[in-house]
Design a protein around this ligand. Structure first.
Ligand code: NAP
Length: 249
């Protein structure tokens, strides 16, 4: 059976844990050469790289802060040289620093906007030259259902994820004529370190309110990312694709 991402080259930010880790492994399984970044956990990143290499593809694990403009420029250069081209960019790196508005500090606001939203600008800005030259590319920005509906205690996070939607729709309009697509993947509640902090009662309440009656798994988000990166989605751009068990209806 042919693989969905055969001969594609992908860059995924935040690939050492959670959803990003699963995307690295799923992309590798589907035949793509994959470069991925992490912020601090080298050991974890090396373990992911080793696992991905077992699919017989090329892997690059690079420590790079997605919120840093110059680092993003250097990263794109390194990956374009290392893999030869960049067909798929997944802006996945993200953090939360939750608190109610009365207690939210300027630092909490800045950190979340920089890592979640400015990073998307940084990477998209620097990959553009490569993709324009190729006259093709798929940019997948990881948003959240919270970016559409809001969430008490997450004004910074929701604003960053809502910003990603406006950004992605604009990019889709700007470069669609050059064969470059840009979509948002909006997960609901997915079982990762990010949601691990929630207590059991909160998780049970969420599960009860989700039409599919369960938290999502990283693999279910990766499946949608594989689709958006593949030639199965060549007429899809500027869209927000929710992977949330129906929690947004
Ligand atoms: P996670 O388990 O906390 O993993 C975050 C990943 O991002 C790690 O690999 C981390 O690297 C990396 N990272 C953090 N800051 C970075 C930076 N400045 N530069 C580069 N990499 C950085 O998170 P997750 O749950 O998989 O979430 C992934 C994405 O999905 C995020 O954008 C998140 O907002 C979104 N999302 C998640 C959920 C959910 O329920 N989990 C729901 C909706 C949306 P280190 O390990 O080195 O720190």
């Amino acid at each position: 059976m042919s693989k969905l991402l055969e001969s594609k080259k992908a860059l995924i930010t935040g690939g050492s844990r959670g959803i990003g880790r699963d995307m690295v492994l799923s992309f590798a399984k589907q035949g793509a050469d994959v470069a991925f970044t992490y912020r601090s956990n080298k050991e974890m990143a090396e373990a992911v790289a080793k696992e991905a290499e077992q699919h017989g593809i090329k892997v690059m694990a690079i420590q790079s802060d997605a919120s840093n403009y110059e680092a993003a420029e250097a990263l794109i250069k390194e990956v374009a040289e290392g893999l030869g081209r960049i067909d798929i960019l997944v802006n996945n790196a993200g953090i939360t620093k939750d608190n109610l508005m009365l207690r939210m500090t300027e630092d909490m606001w800045d950190a979340v906007i920089n890592v979640n939203l400015k990073s998307v600008f940084n990477l998209t800005k620097h990959v553009m030259r490569t993709m324009l030259k190729q006259r093709s590319g798929s940019i997948i920005n990881v948003g959240s259902v919270v970016g559409v509906f809001g969430n008490a205690g997450q004004a910074n996070y929701a604003a960053s994820k809502a910003g990603i939607i406006g950004f992605s729709k604009s990019i889709a309009k700007e470069v669609g004529s050059r064969g470059i697509r840009c979509n948002v993947l909006a997960p609901g509640f997915i079982a990762t370190d990010m949601t691990d902090e929630l207590d059991e009662d909160t998780i049970k309440a969420y599960e009860a309110s989700i039409p599919l009656k369960a938290l999502g798994q990283p693999q279910q988000v990766s499946d949608a990312a594989v689709f958006l990166g593949s030639d199965m989605s060549t007429y899809i751009t500027g869209q927000v694709i929710s992977v949330c068990g129906g929690m947004n209806i």
